[in-house]
Design a protein. Sequence first.
Length: 116
Amino acid sequence: MLYVLLAVLFGVAWILTSGMDPETQAEQLAKAQLQIPGFRTSEKIIASILRRYIWALTIFSSIAVGLVAVLSEILRAMGGGTGILLLVGITIQYYSILASERALEMYPALARFFRE
């Protein structure tokens, strides 16, 4: 439980210090003159919409990372939670490479588009 709590605290601290909080992101979207369809381009409105998603995703992903760390300690994984996270990241990367190669084989026009 301590791992999960520390992971959530670190995730929230990371979001706040790295400029990924809803207010900073809304400001960047407004400066880039981007808008969310169906809403005004006001920074406050964009921030309120982003606030719903950013904090929920931050807490959920931090809990997931904390649970992976706890699971790795329970299973005595080599390298701890970092080893499992690296394994998952590398597996996802290989899967995306294979999926893109398969898509390029299935659609030759797509392959020509990416080569140009």
